[in-house]
Structures are given as structure tokens and as C-alpha cells.
Design a protein around this ligand. Structure first.
Ligand code: ATP
Ligand code: MG
Length: 394
């Protein structure tokens, strides 16, 4: 079947009233971004309160659909054929051919749903429904009509041209990126943080990211892995500004001055502080982490409280109530899993204690941090000054 356009169905939440155009414009912008590198010429536009992607000439159908499936805000993608209005008998023939090609197995049920945008068309919607329905029944004796729960809902929209579609390919849902500000993702090379970024972005939030590495304890390959993960997430979220922070000196200093069982918590607190610094500097409205209650010692309720303590921005933790397998399932769906499990060292694991505290006491942690008073401000400043910032795109 040769389709000429896609009708984009989007969710209704949050798009009613005056703000509707903001939502639609953001959706169209994200669609253009998603199709930027797909073979074909696409015209993304609004008509009669709906968003269409018109495909001029040859285009790669599979890639187009794959691109659209990554655009948050889309709930359904309907491939449409356009036919010229050459009279009603001709339309019947086209529809019968369409049904034949689209549904080789006729042991199914259908319903015709016509809409008449062009009021001068000689038949009204009811007449189109009945007469096209009859033509289909005549052509295929096994097929049945079911007006309540049809397996196939055949849409016929009469405009200057006639649009025919019946298939709805599910989109990712959510809200178009750009409709809800932006947030700073703490992106490690693990499984959880890319998923966390995806989930928040799905609600219309643009992403920036911060990664902490510890050269020479962590390698260039570990860093490249994080860039690759950011690239994969940016297929959904749009371009991600990634801050790569050299954390080595801070880690070594903490290692030198603080009790080893508190290292992870204190390190995590400094990560949050630095990420928050960059977040505020670029107008992000929150931080995002891939933490999940109880997953590791640094993610008990007490540990989360201790890391949260240093932040003034809200910290979004979308996988907080998920089991590991549930996070893995999403990572597989969004295609970050295979990259996340590549075995490169992480800056946290290198300095990790054998027996980290699982129930840190905030007062004790703060007191231990007093040991850092002499040099930590300087090291903090140095980490910020030496940041490497890149913009990551798919
Ligand atoms: P992930 O799979 O996301 O790495 P994790 O299960 O390994 O998570 P932790 O290492 O405790 O958990 O990290 C918790 C969260 O802290 C991560 O999800 C991430 O948001 C942030 N984080 C940890 N290490 C780093 C890092 N090196 N750079 C940036 N953020 C980090
Ligand atoms: Mg990790």
C-alpha cells in the first residue's frame, strides 16, 4: 500500500482551550526533528484542528513510522491514502481495493466511519457509511459489520481529496518536549538514569545532563558510553547539553578526609550540588536521578534523605518505586539496555567501601564533611571551571 500522509492523533490532556496551539506547535517541531534524517520530504502541518505529516514522493515508510513512534505527545499514527474525487462509484472501487490489500484475511469485522469536511459532497456521512459498507460486504462475503466493536474502523474523510485510513499505530503518549520546561539529568553509565531521563522527558520536559567521571580511574570508553547513552535518549528528548565533570580530585579528597563507610553518600551529595549548580545556571527547573528505593546502600530512605538534603531544586526520581526488572523492561523498549550493560568502570564503584553505611545519620555526615573545609570550595570551583560541555544529538 502506498500512503501519502500520516494523521497524528494526540492526547487531549492539557491541550484544551487557549494553550492548545502551544502544544500543537511543540508537537510539530518535535515531529520535524524526528524526521530530519529520514529519507523523504515531509510537510508537517495543521489542518482543521489536526496534525498531518504529508509525504511528498518516495519516502522510507518504516523509518518514518519509527521516527514518529519516538515523538512524545503522539498517541496514534494513522497511515492515510489520498484519493482524488472521481465520483462515488470510483470511491467504492478504491475502498474495496484498499480493504483487500490491507486485510488479506477477510474473516473479520468492520465499520465505516465517514466524515464530510466538504459540505458540497453529494452524499452525507450516513449515506457514505451505508453505501460503502454495502460495497465491501458485496465484495467480500466472509466479512461482517460490527458497529459496536469492529476489528477494523475504516475512516473516510471527504475534503478536497478523500482520505482513507484504518490502521492506528500506537505512539509513545506523553506530552511534546518543550511544553514543560527542562531539567538536569544525572546521567551515569548505568541502566537506571537513562530510563529516568526518558520518563521525565516523556512528560514534555527538555533534558540537560551531567556526568561525573574520574580519570584516570575511569576510562575514555566509560565516558564514550555515557555520550552514547545520551545520544540514544536524545532520539526522544531532542538534543541534550551534556556536562562532563572531572570528579577525581573531589573523590580523592573525600577519600582522604572522610570515614570510608560514608564515602558514597558524601560523594553523592557533591554530585547533586554540582549538578544543581549547572541546573540553576541554565534555567533547569529540577534534577533527575535514576534512584530506586532500596536498590543499593546509597538508595535506602535514609541515604536518599541525606543526598536530597543538599538540593534546593526538586529532585525527580521517576523509577523510585520500580523493581530492577521493571526498569530493565523500559531500558529494552527504548533501546538503551545493550549500551548500559557494557562493562566499563563507574566513578562511584572505584572508591566504594566494603561496608557502606546503609542508614546514614545526617548530623554525622555533615560533621564528616567539616573535614573537607580547607580545600573543598576550591575543588568545587575547579570542577566547575574545567567542565567539558557538548551538545549530544542522535
Ligand atoms: P544507574 O543505573 O543510573 O547508574 P545505579 O543503580 O548504578 O544507577 P547509583 O550508582 O547509586 O545507582 O546512582 C544513583 C543515581 O545517581 C543514578 O541513577 C544517577 O542518576 C546518579 N549517578 C550515579 N553515578 C553518576 C555519575 N558518575 N554521573 C552522573 N550521575 C550519576
Ligand atoms: Mg550507577
Amino acid at each position: 500500500m502506498k500512503f501519502q500522509s500520516f494523521l497524528i492523533k494526540y492526547g487531549e490532556i492539557g491541550i484544551k482551550g487557549k494553550n492548545r496551539y502551544i502544544f500543537e506547535d511543540a508537537l510539530m517541531r518535535q515531529i520535524r526533528f524526528a524526521l530530519k534524517d529520514v529519507e523523504g520530504t515531509f510537510n508537517v502541518h495543521k489542518a482543521q484542528g489536526r496534525v498531518y505529516v504529508d509525504c511528498d514522493g518516495e519516502f522510507d515508510y518504516d523509518e518514518t513510522v519509527a521516527g514518529l513512534k519516538r515523538v512524545f505527545g503522539i498517541v496514534g499514527i494513522c497511515p492515510v491514502i489520498h484519493v482524488e474525487d472521481k465520483g462515488f462509484d470510483e470511491l467504492k472501487k478504491v475502498v474495496v481495493n484498499y480493504m483487500d490489500e490491507m486485510y488479506p484475511d477477510k474473516n473479520t469485522t468492520f465499520k465505516v466511519e465517514a466524515r464530510r469536511g466538504k459540505k458540497s459532497y453529494p452524499k452525507n456521512s450516513m449515506e457514505i457509511n451505508c453505501e460503502i459498507g454495502e460495497a465491501i460486504l458485496e465484495a467480500f462475503p466472509e466479512i461482517k459489520v460490527d458497529v459496536h466493536k469492529p476489528a477494523i474502523k475504516l475512516n473516510i474523510e471527504v475534503r478536497e481529496e478523500i482520505y482513507i485510513y484504518s490502521e492506528i499505530i500506537p505512539g509513545p503518549g506523553g506530552m511534546p518536549v518543550g511544553t514543560n520546561g527542562k531539567a538536569m539529568l544525572l546521567l551515569s553509565g548505568g541502566i537506571d538514569s537513562p530510563v529516568a531521563g526518558y520518563m521525565i522527558s516523556k512528560r514534555g520536559v527538555g533534558l540537560e545532563a551531567t556526568y561525573f567521571h574520574a580519570p584516570p580511574y575511569t576510562s575514555e570508553r566509560a565516558k564514550q558510553k555515557v555520550i552514547d547513552l545520551a545520544k540514544l535518549v536524545s532520539k526522544y528528548s531532542g538534543p541534550i547539553k551534556l556536562n562532563i565533570v572531572n570528579f577525581t580530585d573531589i573523590q580523592l579528597y573525600i577519600y582522604d578526609k572522610c570515614p570510608h563507610d560514608e564515602l558514597t553518600i558524601i560523594m553523592r551529595r557533591y554530585m547533586m550540588k554540582i549538578a544543581e549548580y549547572f541546573a540553576k545556571e541554565s534555567g533547569c527547573l529540577g534534577l533527575i536521578t535514576g534512584e530506586s528505593i532500596g536498590q543499593v546502600a546509597s538508595q535506602t530512605m535514609q541515604s536518599l534523605m541525606a543526598t536530597n538534603d543538599v538540593c534546593s531544586l526538586p529532585v525527580y526520581r521517576p523509577v523510585i518505586g520500580f523493581d530492577k526488572q521493571e526498569i530493565v523492561d523500559i531500558a529494552e523498549k527504548i533501546d538503551t539496555y545493550e549500551t548500559s550493560i557494557l562493562p566499563f568502570e563507574d566513578c562511584c564503584t572505584i572508591f566504594v567501601a566494603k561496608h557502606p553505611v546503609t542508614k546514614p545519620n545526617l548530623n554525622i555526615i555533615r560533621r564528616s564533611e567539616e573535614n573537607l573545609a580547607e580545600k573543598i570550595d576550591e575543588l568545587f570551583e575547579q570542577a566547575i571551571q574545567t567542565v567539558e560541555t557538548i551538545v549530544v544529538k542522535p
